[in-house]
Design a protein around this ligand. Structure first.
Ligand SMILES: Nc1nc2c(c(=O)[nH]1)N[C@H]1C(S)=C(S)[C@@H](COP(=O)(O)O)O[C@H]1N2
Ligand SMILES: [Mo]
Length: 222
């Protein structure tokens, strides 16, 4: 089923929400025109929140660790299908990160635990022509980042937030966490990571949102 022609009430509701965010992109909502130094904690046009809002397409798939697999394929020397046990046996790290959502909220100092990007890279070894990483999720969401953005030291596949397993609504059991980009680049319920030579703009990137998505440069829209 395509996301755009679901006739159910949830489908129509979802369409309304997606339509609203596309309108924001077209109108340049939230843009201040200011730039901020990357060292500055709060990017321009953002405000701090203490709760953790939930944003997604309205489908929150139940993904069980007992049957979970992560597929990593494409332009890599060693494609892999990893079970939950295999993922947990990889080196893990704690990382304190801020989250910046394009809808203008930022949430500071989240302790995420997970598998660092560098561990994934060492495992699968991107081929020389590889330039992009496309995340595919269980709700059919996709998002794309450059290999360089994925390779930053604070990037991880996270399974734990502030000492608790990441909840289903926030993308558990495993989600991307790319703290220096707007949060739509951090895929919830990750199913597959596709390494690629060619870029493939994802769900929001094809609906008016910026391909690069640097909050300090206010790269909200395309
Ligand atoms: N699989 C999936 N990942 C997703 C989304 C989604 O709809 N599906 N929404 C993105 C958007 S737009 C945002 S702002 C963040 C929200 O994460 P949160 O709900 O944990 O705050 O998830 C991102 N990752
Ligand atoms: Mo978002």
């Amino acid at each position: 089923m395509r996301m755009t022609d679901d006739p159910t009430i949830f489908g129509r509701l979802k369409e309304k929400l997606i339509g609203k965010k596309q309108e924001w992109a077209a109108a340049g909502r939230g843009l201040t025109g200011k730039h901020a130094a990357p060292g500055q904690k709060l990017p321009p046009g953002q405000h701090e929140v203490k709760d953790w809002p939930v944003l997604d397409l309205g489908i929150q798939p139940e993904v069980k660790t007992t049957s979970y697999t992560l597929t990593i394929d494409g332009a890599v020397e060693h494609p892999a299908v990893l079970t939950w046990a295999e993922l947990m046996a990889l080196p893990q790290r704690d990382q304190v990160s801020d989250m910046h959502c394009v809808t203008t909220w930022s949430r500071y100092d989240n302790v995420f635990r997970g598998i660092p990007a560098e561990v994934i890279l060492a495992l699968v070894q991107p081929k020389p022509e590889c330039r992009h990483v496309i995340f595919h999720s269980h709700d059919d969401y996709t998002t794309n980042v450059s290999l360089q953005q994925f390779s930053q030291p604070d990037v991880m596949l996270a399974h734990t937030w502030n000492g608790q397993p990441i909840s289903r609504e926030h993308g558990g059991p495993l989600r991307g966490m790319i703290p220096k980009l707007y949060l739509w680049k951090s895929a919830k319920w990750v199913k597959r990571m596709e390494f690629a030579a060619a870029d493939a703009p994802g769900f929001w990137e094809t609906r008016g949102y910026n391909n690069n998505a640097d909050p300090w440069a206010e790269e909200r829209y395309s």
